[in-house]
Ligand binder design. Structure first.
Ligand SMILES: Cc1ncc(C[n+]2csc(CCOP(=O)(O)OP(=O)(O)O)c2C)c(N)n1
Length: 581
């Protein structure tokens, strides 16, 4: 074995196996950690890995590896890498790949494949994983020859990060890993694509500026693109200059500080009532790096009926896809806004801002005082107390369900990349593994998992990964004894017929104990703060099971497909109870 293995490759081509080339390229791409699970078809790569400066985190299920790579990427802005064997190893990755695809997260997934001569023969553990993942990857490769590996890896990293980010899969046959060829890093550089450069159309810019400068009731809709293009500062500059309030999508949260006076909070199905009302009353919507998801718009026929629309988005396919717009500008959000900003006239929009303030007075969502404090423990209390204790500075990774919406409502994020959540696919089981990835990417950050009793059980075995790798995350399990969000829909729309939503859980404290992890259970409000503080003091993972009110409801709610302003509000008797208390 050559002495230069694991070091920077020499300038002249050298002989390497495909497996070595894989790691040479990953190291050159700046990869230091991969999340994975071995098996026969990827064994040559695993064997070669030992000669490279790579931390391998052994997961307990390949779905976990993809969510860890995803959490790593969302927390750091770098590409996350997951690795698995062929067949079941590869298919176990599909949910995580689809999650990353829906939320535009740059991950590279590497899978072993049966030998190239066996392809198509239904060989042992053969699955056509490029076929399976075609609709849920930004791009994928089947590599059958060692000499094709370096160009594929280099291009995969380029594609994952460029434009609208997303997942790329590289499937490598066993013989491509085992055979040798010349390795030349420079020669493997991605070829410039024949895709035309995006040229911002000056007529569109002029039209957008005219709409912005003449609008009376404009609103910025800030999406994930604000974070992905590092546009937070220019969005705030833009909003302050023009005095335009900002509504956030779920994935946009953190892109504009929650504490900024122009930040109105979250829009959409469980958004603030005043935000949705403001959208319906606006005369101009400025959509910044968002995609008018149906959970954000409600009924498209009645969506923002009086508003002209300007959509700035890096993915041209998103413009006009769901909502027709007056002006569409394709480009990196930060570049486009920096371009627009000098033409934005200083705004005078007191009347509009005052009006929205009045709308706020009419809502019971955000005010913790309006939650009934009747001796019962509510999830919103828990999340509020985690926010207070961490001074809003933690990276919070949520699962999917009611707790996810309460987190978005009651944890106020001031930093980009501080809320990590599966928005587009809504993948239960995401939180625990994604938090492991986030902690590995940002070891100095305080990372909290907020998960429901249902979703937590989907990827709970990753507690073993935490124990083996000595990962320090704090875990809040919001245990309401139900698949809560589905139960809520059954309560509202299926006459409380709770089909398959009551949920038996194990004793989570004992489960944690079995993994050698610290844990406690809390069911009274006064015990919440001390439990959070005790968990924070620990230098290792701590799990708190919060036994909360079982039939609690996320308010407000726009029923799926309903008009955005037709929100189901918290029943007033509850508010009166709280006011009485
Ligand atoms: C993998 C997966 N399966 C099913 C669903 C549908 N679903 C959405 S929310 C939810 C309930 C979540 O329950 P739990 O994890 O206990 O959280 P809670 O809503 O109670 O906070 C379900 C089943 C999903 N989003 N993901």
């Amino acid at each position: 074995m050559s002495s230069s293995i694991g070091q920077q490759p020499p300038a002249t081509p050298v002989k390497r196996t495909g497996a070595q080339i894989l790691w040479e390229c990953l190291v050159r791409e700046g990869v230091t950690t991969v999340f994975g699970y071995p098996g026969g078809a990827i064994l040559p790569a695993y064997d070669a890995m030992l000669d490279y400066p790579i931390r391998h985190i052994l997961v307990r299920h390949e779905q976990g590896a993809t969510h860890m790579a995803d959490g790593y990427a969302r927390a750091s802005g770098k590409v996350g890498v997951a690795i698995a064997t062929s067949g079941p190893g590869a298919t176990n990755m599909v949910t995580g790949i689809a999650t990353a695809m829906m939320d535009s997260v740059p991950i590279v997934c590497i899978t072993g494949q049966v030998g190239s001569k066996l392809i198509g023969s239904d060989g042992f553990q053969e699955t056509d994983i490029t076929g399976v993942t075609l609709p849920v990857t930004k791009h994928n490769y089947l590599v059958t020859r060692a000499q094709d590996l370096a160009p594929a890896v280099r291009e995969a990293f380029h594609i994952a990060q460029s434009g609208r980010p997303g997942p790329v899969l590289i499937d490598i046959t066993k013989d491509a890993q085992q055979s040798s060829c010349d390795f030349d890093w420079d020669a493997a550089a991605p070829k410039p694509h024949a895709r035309p450069e995006v040229v911002v159309n000056s007529a569109s810019v002029a039209k957008a500026l005219e709409l912005i400068n003449t609008a009376q009731r404009p609103l910025i809709l800030a999406g994930h693109g604000v974070i992905l293009s590092n546009a937070s500062k220019v969005v705030v500059d833009f909003a302050e200059r023009a005095e335009i309030p900002i509504a956030m999508t779920l994935l946009g949260i953190g892109g504009v500080p929650a504490s900024h006076p122009l930040n109105l909070g979250m829009m959409g199905m469980h958004g603030e009532a005043w935000v949705n009302t403001a959208i319906q009353e606006a005369d101009l919507l400025l959509a910044f790096g968002m995609r008018f998801d149906d959970r954000v718009t409600g009924n498209l026929k009645t969506y923002a009926p009086n508003a002209r629309k300007v959509h700035i988005e890096i993915d041209p396919a998103e413009i006009g896809k769901n909502v027709p717009v007056d002006v569409g500008i394709v480009g990196d959000l930060r570049d486009v806004l920096e371009n627009l900003l000098p033409g934005v006239a200083p705004g005078q929009r007191n009347a509009w801002l005052r009006h929205i303030d009045e709308l706020k007075g009419d809502s019971a969502v955000r005010d913790i005082q309006n939650l009934p404090d009747d001796g019962h423990l509510y999830a919103a209390h828990v999340i509020h107390d985690i926010w207070r204790a961490t001074e809003g500075k933690a990276v919070v990774v949520t699962d999917v369900g009611q707790h996810q919406m309460w987190e978005a409502q009651y944890y106020h994020h001031d930093q980009p990349r501080s809320l990590i959540t599966s928005g587009g696919l809504g993948t239960m089981g995401f939180a625990l593994p994604a938090a492991i990835g986030a902690k590995v990417a940002c070891p100095d950050a305080e990372v909290w998992v907020v998960a429901g009793d249902g979703g937590f059980q989907m990827t709970m075995p990753e507690l073993a990964t935490i124990a083996q790798e000595k990962i320090d995350v704090k875990v809040a399990i919001i245990n309401n004894g139900y698949l809560g969000m589905v139960r809520q829909w059954q309560e509202f729309f299926y006459e409380r017929r709770y089909a398959a939503t009551p949920l038996l859980s194990p004793d989570f404290v004992k489960i944690a104990d079995a993994y050698g992890l610290a844990a406690t259970a809390v069911s009274r409000r006064p015990d919440v703060g001390p439990a959070i503080e005790a968990a924070r003091r620990l230098k290792s993972t701590a799990i708190i099971e919060f036994r909360v009110e079982q039939e609690d409801t996320v308010y407000p709610m726009v029923p799926a497909g309903a008009d955005l302003h037709a929100m189901i509000r918290r029943p007033s008797p509850l508010v009166e109870t709280a006011e009485d208390a």
